[in-house]
Each structure stands twice: as structure tokens, then as C-alpha cells.
Write a protein that binds this ligand. Structure first.
Ligand SMILES: CC(=O)N[C@H]1[C@@H](OP(=O)(O)OP(=O)(O)OC[C@H]2O[C@@H](n3ccc(=O)[nH]c3=O)[C@H](O)[C@@H]2O)O[C@H](CO)[C@@H](O)[C@@H]1O[C@H](C)C(=O)N[C@@H](C)C(=O)N[C@H](CCC(=O)O)C(=O)O
Ligand SMILES: Nc1ncnc2c1ncn2[C@@H]1O[C@H](COP(=O)(O)OP(=O)(O)OP(=O)(O)O)[C@@H](O)[C@H]1O
Length: 492
């Protein structure tokens, strides 16, 4: 076969027989180009022979290698090459779309879902790339990462174009930015929700974490529709200063688009949106002040993309439930159970203060912390749990390769520092922990289960367990009902 990959002074030349770009040898099919990436736990260069055996027609890598049996091109950065190759191979799909990036510590998925709902309601056919699903307008599949690797992202964007999409809303993690997964994607708008502590295992310091987020805004072309930034966030000025493109701000206290709170109830907020050419009153049927920020972010971007005030006023009250975010299950005579994805200190704080307003009873919190991630946030999350919950059940999240008991101990340390009496129990079996809280709570109480939202798999080293919090909640509520039925029949 003719050589299918060359690099020239003007860039990559990809042959007509190339079928795709792969960074994982296990996914290689005949005709693919394999890009070997040195990773945190493995080195992609070790898998070149496997990729070639599976039919790779060319290989790109960072090491000097002489024994590769197909054309091998050495580059400075494999991740950069993968992004450049993928963007070119898929025909620069973002240039045919209104592409919007959403980044921030918390709220990305909510904003991505809500913005795509607003755009679709306005007749702008919108694809959605998120940590929950990747929806390419004519089909969708579950997501593996928050931001797909660059070849996958470009393939999704190309599919959105092929399916007749007009826009794409992409959830962009800080890992994704640093690992160049969005390189080559031409965004028209980049949204920042907020920046609080997270992922310091990966970034090292808050300064580097903020700078990783800022990279996305440095990437925005001057003639794009610009940055949409939370004016109430403490990092607003730092990020705004780095955008060459226009900055549109939003907020409750300040911002070009502001939300005046007309009426605040535990379950909804009546808000008046003012600025950017709109002024109207509407109702957000999702609890929590943080969701006002999420709707502001989505609305500001929607307005920039031409969505009218009438559509916003009509659609905001029916914005969808984001899977696993404040997902409520209630049964008569039993405590209300809420599954939420809060997994950062600020997310947990927001979630707890919101839930506290939903009940006159006590708040039970069932939570853990993910293994292999930012250890420093654990005692802080323990302190927040003890401050805002009435009873705390410590359990396992996905421990990954860490010891679940050690993770729990770090959470307990934070709880004990505030109030040892808040700790109801440490139960590492997550199903049992949820059962315990639902079994012991009073009907007026709320049981909040945080950290995993809609996730379906708990990872213990190399062992995976299927576990969906909402399913365990259902089973626990049924058990409670049965138990109460038995108790009543026992009495009579
Ligand atoms: C910490 C991190 O970002 N890890 C990512 C990184 O893994 P790594 O560097 O450890 O890769 P590795 O396992 O050492 O393998 C190195 C290379 O060899 C390849 N390989 C590996 C095995 C094999 O048999 N054949 C093969 O070709 C891998 O595909 C990879 O390209 O590169 C891999 C592939 O390029 C990613 O899949 C992997 O994401 C893992 C799955 C992950 O969980 N990442 C999380 C931390 C992540 O990125 N999360 C953010 C969001 C976080 C948030 O918002 O909370 C996200 O965007 O999803
Ligand atoms: N604007 C916000 N500010 C603070 N906390 C928020 C905000 N929006 C949502 N949260 C909390 O964070 C949790 C995760 O929300 P969401 O999934 O929208 O964020 P995310 O940034 O996409 O997280 P991830 O990237 O890890 O998927 C929610 O369940 C809620 O508890």
C-alpha cells in the first residue's frame, strides 16, 4: 500500500486509504493511524506492535524508533499530533458548526444540557458532548470521559455536521484542556461556570488549575462570539483578562445579564432576567441558588446565538432534569431520597444547603470520595458534611486503586473536627450505607446521596461492580415499606 501518512512543511498529508485516528491500540481497525501517547500509567509506544498487527497503516509517536514495520513519524507531542491529525481527517467539523465550550469546576453538565435545550427549542439543531451522553443529533451513546480524546471529539463533531446539526455544545474538563483534547476545535463561545478547588492531584496548585481553565479562553479567536463568564466568581477578572475575544458577563450580584430573585421557594425560583437586550420574568423549576447561575450561563450564550426572549421565557420553566443531579424519589410515609452528583467541596456545600431548605426534618448525607483523585479535598468535604448535614453515613465512592477504608478515614477526620456526633456510621458497602440511611431516617427527613449521580459502575482496583444509586434507593424504599407493613401486621 502507498504511504498513507507524511508530514511536510505545510502540515500532515493523510492518504485516501486512512479509515480513522486511534490513540488506543485496542480500538485500532485496518486502515487506522495509531498515535502512541506516553500516559500516566502506561506508555502507548509499548502497544505499537499490537496496533500494527490490528491493521494500523502508520504510527505517530514521540520516541526515536527504528523497528516499526509501517511508516513511523516521530513528533514532539503525540497528543498535539493526534488533535491535528483528527481535526484534518474529519474536515475541521467545528468550522461548520456554532461550537460552544462549557468549562468550570461545577455545573458544566447542567449548563450543557440546558443550553442545548434552549437552542433546540429555538430551532437550532444542537449536538451535545457531555460527561453523561454524547448526542450527535441523530443518535446518542453513553459518555466515557467528560471531554472525549481528540480523535473521538472530532469524530462526534463530524457526525453532528453529517446529521444536519447547526451547533454543538461541548463539556470541557481541565484534563481535556491540558491534554489537548479540544485543540483544533474552533469555538464560537466559551462559558465559565465557576472555579473552586478540584483536581489538585492533577494540576498541583490552584494557580495551575485556574491557568488550565484560562487556556480555553486564550484559544478563543478575537472574532468569535466570545467568552461568557460568571461575574460573581472570584476568578472572573483573571480569566477575562486573558480573552482576546469579547467578554459577556452574567451573575446575580453583577454582570451584563443579571438575575433578580423575585421569589425564592425550596423547589423553584421566580427570577427576572435583565440585560443583553432582554427583560422578562420566568420560573426556574430546579432547586438551588447555584442553578440560577447555570441558567444564566446557558441563557447568556443562547442570547449570543440569537435565541429570543420569548423562547427563553417559554423554555426556562421546562428545562430538563439532568440525570443524577438532584434526582428526587419520594414515597408517602418514607423519607425523600435525593441522588446528586456533588463531588467537590463547593458542590457538596451547594447541594447540602439546597436540600436543607427542602425539609423541616433532618438531612442525612450518604457520601464517599473517589480514589486516585485530589486527596486534600477529603477532610474539607468531611467538615462541610458535618457542618450542614444532621446525620452522616460515610461510604465508598469508586476507590479505584486506593484503599476504601483509608479514604473513609480522611472524610471521618474532617467530620470529627467539626462534630463527632454527626457521624452515624461508616459502611463501606455503598448499597448497605444507602439502606441504612433510608431505614433509619424519619418520614420528614431527606436522605441525600452524593458523589456518583447517574454512574453505573463502581471501580475497585481491577474489579468493577454495577451499582446505580437511584436503583438502590428504590430497593431500599421498598424494603422499608415492606418492613413497615410487616411491623403493622405484627402489631394487629
Ligand atoms: C488522568 C488521565 O487523564 N488519564 C487519561 C490518560 O491516561 P493515562 O495517561 O494514564 O493513559 P495510560 O492508561 O497510561 O495509557 C497511555 C496510552 O496508551 C494507550 N494504551 C493503553 C493500553 C493499551 O492496551 N493500549 C494502548 O494503546 C492509551 O489509550 C493511552 O493513549 O490518557 C488516557 C488515554 O489517552 C485517558 O483515557 C485517561 O483518562 C482516564 C480514563 C480518566 O479517567 N481520566 C479522567 C481523570 C479524566 O480525564 N477526567 C476528566 C474530567 C474530570 C472531571 O471533570 O471530573 C475528563 O475529561 O473526563
Ligand atoms: N453552578 C454550580 N455551582 C456549584 N455547584 C454546582 C453548580 N452546578 C451544579 N453544582 C453541583 O455540582 C454537581 C455536579 O453538577 P454538574 O454535573 O452540572 O457539574 P460538572 O461540572 O459537569 O461536573 P463533572 O464535570 O464532574 O461532570 C451537582 O450535582 C450539584 O451538586
Amino acid at each position: 500500500m502507498d504511504q498513507q501518512l507524511r508530514i511536510t512543511e505545510s502540515g500532515w498529508v493523510i492518504g485516501p486509504a486512512v479509515r480513522g485516528i486511534r490513540m488506543d491500540s485496542r480500538m485500532v481497525e485496518p486502515g487506522d493511524i495509531f498515535v502512541a501517547v506516553p500516559g500516566a500509567s502506561q506508555d502507548g509506544h509499548q502497544f505499537i506492535a499490537q496496533a500494527v498487527a490490528r491493521g494500523a497503516v502508520a504510527v505517530v509517536g514521540e520516541k526515536h524508533l527504528v523497528d516499526v514495520t509501517v511508516p513511523y513519524i516521530q513528533v514532539k507531542s503525540s497528543r498535539q499530533a493526534a488533535a491535528d491529525l483528527a481535526t484534518q481527517f474529519y474536515g475541521h467539523p467545528s468550522q461548520h458548526l456554532k461550537a460552544v465550550a462549557v468549562t468550570g469546576t461545577n455545573g458544566k453538565t447542567s449548563v450543557v444540557y440546558w443550553l442545548s435545550a434552549l437552542l433546540n427549542a429555538a430551532g437550532i439543531r444542537t449536538g451535545l458532548i457531555s460527561s453523561v451522553i454524547n448526542d450527535v443529533v441523530c443518535s446518542q451513546e453513553p459518555a466515557a470521559l467528560t471531554t472525549p480524546e481528540s480523535p473521538d471529539l472530532q469524530a462526534y463533531l463530524a457526525k453532528i455536521v453529517e446529521c444536519g446539526g447547526d451547533a454543538a455544545v461541548v463539556e470541557v474538563s481541565s484534563h481535556g484542556i491540558v491534554q489537548q483534547r479540544v485543540r483544533g476545535t474552533q469555538f464560537q463561545i466559551a462559558i465559565l461556570t465557576n472555579i473552586t478547588r478540584e483536581h489538585l492531584d492533577f494540576h498541583g496548585t490552584m494557580e495551575r488549575y485556574v491557568d488550565a481553565k484560562a487556556t480555553l479562553f486564550r484559544m478563543l479567536p478575537e472574532d468569535s462570539l466570545g467568552a461568557v463568564l460568571n461575574a460573581d466568581d472570584e476568578h472572573f477578572s483573571t480569566i477575562a483578562a486573558q480573552s482576546k475575544a469579547a467578554v459577556t458577563s452574567y451573575g446575580i450580584a453583577r454582570g451584563a445579564l443579571r438575575a433578580r430573585i423575585v421569589e425564592e421557594s425550596p423547589w423553584y425560583t421566580e427570577i427576572e432576567l435583565q440585560g443583553l437586550g432582554v427583560a422578562f420574568q420566568t420560573r426556574l423549576n430546579h432547586p438551588g441558588r447555584y442553578n440560577i447561575y447555570n441558567v444564566l450561563a446557558a441563557s447568556a450564550a443562547a442570547i449570543k446565538l440569537g435565541v429570543s426572549q420569548d423562547i427563553l421565557a417559554q423554555e426556562i420553566p421546562r428545562l430538563p432534569q439532568v440525570p443524577g443531579r438532584m434526582q428526587v424519589t419520594s414515597r408517602a410515609g418514607a423519607p425523600m431520597a435525593i441522588v446528586d452528583y456533588a463531588h467537590t467541596p463547593d458542590g457538596l456545600y451547594q447541594s447540602l444547603v439546597t436540600v436543607k431548605k427542602l425539609t423541616t426534618g433532618a438531612v442525612w448525607l450518604v457520601f464517599g470520595a473517589r480514589g486516585g483523585r485530589d486527596r486534600g479535598k477529603r477532610p474539607e468535604m468531611g467538615r462541610i458534611a458535618a457542618t450542614y448535614a444532621d446525620h452522616v453515613v460515610v461510604t465508598a465512592d469508586s476507590p479505584n486503586y486506593e484503599n476504601a477504608q483509608n479514604i473513609a478515614n480522611a472524610l471521618v477526620e474532617g467530620i470529627r473536627a467539626i462534630d463527632p456526633d454527626k457521624l452515624a456510621i461508616v459502611e463501606l458497602d455503598r448499597s448497605e450505607a444507602i439502606r441504612y440511611a433510608i431505614g433509619h431516617a424519619s418520614p420528614a427527613d431527606v436522605v441525600l446521596i452524593t458523589g456518583r449521580g447517574p454512574e453505573t459502575t463502581q471501580h475497585f482496583g481491577d474489579r468493577d461492580i454495577r451499582l446505580v444509586d437511584a436503583e438502590v434507593v428504590e430497593a431500599a424504599l421498598q424494603e422499608r415499606q415492606q418492613q413497615e407493613g410487616n411491623d403493622v401486621s405484627g402489631v394487629s
